[in-house]
Design a protein around this ligand. Structure first.
Ligand SMILES: O=P(O)(O)OC[C@H]1O[C@H](OP(=O)(O)OP(=O)(O)O)[C@H](O)[C@@H]1O
Ligand code: HPA
Length: 183
């Protein structure tokens, strides 16, 4: 039903947590002289697990904000159109922004959101993504902090869903082929 649907584990819970600790150390170091709050924006829903694990390890004054963006529907490839279902709560003009994503795949979502953020004139914007799938990229998206590069496989777990299921797995894996409705 849940674990039984997984063909293989790609990143274990331990591998994910170890990498997040390294990323948090790097970000803490990079912003240690900022002397202002860092606005950490999660792009939900996928980034929920990564966000909470990462920010609790940042030794910096952080402000939480959340956007909900969606473009995948129930399939395994982007629809190409990004819907913002929830906007930022704060005015980010003149602020340091770190955008926190679970995965950059085709790049469509972040390409769209980058333009949106830049129009709001933050002091700086950096992108932090746990995963990057470079072989699927349709638009270039610079990633400042990347956890792991992954091959061209549809991944689930640790926030990543297939048709809204499997987000609560503590590891990242690949589903058995018979699970996909579009197979
Ligand atoms: O680089 P891309 O091809 O745009 O793919 C990346 C985006 O896809 C996923 O979101 P999704 O639209 O599935 O919404 P979700 O976060 O609610 O799962 C993921 O969380 C990223 O935001
Ligand atoms: O591999 C993926 N898995 C789940 N959601 C995604 N959104 C973009 N790529 C993926």
């Amino acid at each position: 039903m849940l674990h039984e649907d997984i063909e293989k584990v790609v990143f274990s819970e331990e591998q994910i947590q170890n990498r997040i600790a390294e990323m948090a150390k790097q970000i803490t170091e990079d912003y240690k002289d900022a002397q202002e709050e860092i606005y950490c924006v999660a792009i939900l829903k996928g980034a929920v697990m990564f966000y909470t694990d990462l920010v609790r390890r940042l030794e910096l004054p952080v402000r939480f904000d959340f956007m909900i963006a969606s473009s995948y529907g129930n399939g395994t490839s982007t629809t190409g159109s990004v819907k913002i279902l929830k906007d930022l709560d704060y005015d980010i003009e003149g602020k340091h922004l770190i955008v926190i994503e679970d995965i950059i795949d085709s790049g469509t979502t972040m390409n769209y959101l980058n333009k949106y953020f830049k129009e709001r004139k933050p002091k700086s914007v950096k992108l932090c993504s746990l995963l990057s799938k470079p072989s699927r990229r349709m638009v270039e998206v610079p990633i400042d902090y990347c956890g792991f590069e992954v091959p061209d496989e549809f991944l689930v777990g640790y926030g990543l869903d297939y048709a809204e299921v499997y987000r609560n797995l503590p590891y990242i894996g690949v589903l058995k082929p018979e699970i996909y409705a579009d197979n």
